[in-house]
Write a protein that binds this ligand. Structure first.
Ligand code: OGA
Ligand code: ZN
Ligand code: ZN
Length: 368
């Protein structure tokens, strides 16, 4: 047999089963890490099922040809992994997200106190799920102390150290080289598109916000991208197919990375937004393609800059916003330069946040 066909016609091709054999010769117990490679088993169209047997304890035993290898599969595992059951899951892709506009948070933002986040696994799981599914969460009651932002990041992952150091300061400096160090407004953007890989999580912790203005804003870039795809499919296509270079330059660093403003995965799902007018380099396209690209870029920007898209809130001392820097754009309003405002920020990564959430769910099954 070329495939195993179970109860309701679920099909399991022989080579797929052979490659997923869980026996001790094929996989390490515990981690399930494979002990063989694709070239170590018979050719894909030569693997066959010699015979199989369903055991009373809910397993399926398979004997393969031509090599006579024996495997034992758990029926629940087979059901869960059945080929074609659902599109491949990616926690980074749009279909794993809840897309939003500002009005969706009329009843409040996903938030918790720092103490509950630290002490209560259910609160921590809720926050991490918000980060992964909605693209952000907010903590209140973080110590108003230098470097406290690092301990927030360490509670669910690892600080991504960069050329800015472990953390960066956002406060007014004289002769600022970066808008961050001025009191000017900053339009919605993702940070560090000139890095590859881009930091996938950003944290901003407020130490002082005594200025008039200096409010924060978040925008769901996936929502805007999905709207662009629906309303102006040609513009969406053009953006996803046009690589754009970003650069950051100072005395010690020269960072460049090139990618499209809207990134898609192999299935065409939206997975990443890079949007930052400050660090975008000249677009390298043939002359005839420049105007269409700019029209598409502008259409996307207008969606990102819409009032309905922007969730406005104010960071007070002790607040820390944690967001997905591959999806959620952040912004601030301008403020009176005489008023004091000081944030500390750092970067971390989504893979560790997703891992922390998965481990929490495994540790407290049924509770979270
Ligand atoms: C920045 C930035 C946010 C703020 O500097 O890139 O987004 O609230 N700052 O000042
Ligand atoms: Zn095996
Ligand atoms: Zn920023």
């Amino acid at each position: 047999m070329r495939e195993l066909i179970l109860g309701d016609g679920e099909r399991y091709p022989a080579v797929w089963l052979r490659d997923n054999c869980p026996c001790g010769d094929c996989a390490l117990p515990g981690s399930g890490q494979k002990l063989f490679g694709i070239t170590d088993i018979p050719l894909p169209d030569e693997v066959r099922i010699e015979r199989f047997d369903q055991t009373p304890d809910g397993c399926v035993e398979v004997v393969f040809a031509p090599d006579g290898h024996k495997s034992r599969f758990d029926a629940a595992w087979l059901a869960e992994h059945r080929p074609g059951r659902s599109p491949p899951y990616s926690d980074r892709a749009e279909d794993a997200k809840i897309l939003w506009q500002a009005a969706d948070f009329a009843d409040g933002l996903p938030s918790a106190t720092r103490d509950a986040f630290a002490q209560d696994p259910a609160t921590r799981a809720d926050c991490l799920e918000s980060l992964l599914v909605k693209g952000f969460f907010l903590l209140h009651g973080v110590a108003v102390e230098d470097r406290a932002v690092l301990s927030v990041a360490q509670a669910f992952g690892f600080v991504r150290r960069t050329n800015y150091g472990e953390l960066f300061e956002v406060r007014v400096e004289e002769n600022p080289a970066n808008l961050a160090f001025s009191s000017l407004p900053i339009t919605p953007h993702t940070d560090n598109p000139y890095r590859d890989p881009v930091p996938t999580i950003q944290l901003l912790h407020c130490l002082t916000n005594a200025a008039e203005g200096g409010d924060s804003g978040l925008v769901d870039g996936f929502h805007a991208a999905a709207t662009l795809r629906r309303e102006q499919p040609d513009a969406f296509d053009l953006i996803t197919r046009t690589p754009v270079a970003f650069r950051y330059l100072d005395a010690e660093a020269e960072l460049t990375a090139t990618d499209s403003l809207i990134g898609l995965d192999a299935l065409g799902r939206i997975t990443q937004i890079r949007f930052n007018n400050r660090s975008m380099r000249p677009v390298a396209l043939p002359p005839d393609e420049i105007v269409p690209f700019y029209a598409a870029y502008r259409a996307f920007a207008e969606l990102l800059y819409r009032d309905e898209a922007r969730l406005d809130f104010r960071l007070e001392p002790g607040d820390c916003v944690v967001f997905d820097n591959t999806r959620t754009l952040h912004a601030r309003t301008g403020f009176t330069a005489s008023g004091r405002r000081h944030l500390q920020g750092c970067y971390a990564d989504l893979d560790s946040a997703a891992s922390a959430l998965a481990v929490l769910r495994r540790t407290y099954p049924g509770d979270l």
